[in-house]
Design a protein around this ligand. Sequence first.
Ligand code: SF4
Length: 189
Amino acid sequence: MSDLPKARIATASLAGCFGCHMALLDIDERLIELMKLVEFDRSPLTDIKRFTRRCDIGIIEGGCCNEENVHVLQDFRRNCDILVGIGQCAIMGGLPAMRNAIMHSDEPLRECLEEAYIKGPFTQNKTQIIPNDPALPLLLDKVYPCSEVVEIDYQIPGCAPTGDVIYEALAGLLSGKFQGFEREHIRFD
Ligand code: SF4
């Protein structure tokens, strides 16, 4: 085992489905080798809520659909040497960004919320109230890819990326030899 200090990794799930975090497990038995090289800081995987120190790599799943997502993403940019967007939601907004296509009225966000909570064909909401608790994060006008909010150093494509692609990226970043992906991994992006 290497005597070098372990690289410190932080992860966050913003507007995504957590599928990209689950895909980390698809690295399978290579995780054992990887864990000899890294330790996790702030992450839903550790339940550490705040950075305990600066991290070498930050991995972001999901784009930004609310103000909390923006604050978390900016915090990761401040505290991570390398920031990586994982999955299509982080890279281009993904499924949550489908609401960006709703723009029939002057208030597209309200139109979207009314469709979800009041007018939708399968909606059952006796109160006819759109959730408005002050504790809820403020929704943004649309869903933004991470790269439109902060500088992103690398992107790992896929929905979710395969374990092989994630491993290739992490191993390359840890060795300082990551050169981006071959065309076969990004041909649909
Ligand atoms: Fe889920 Fe796919 Fe988005 Fe990853 S890219 S968070 S798997 S929807």
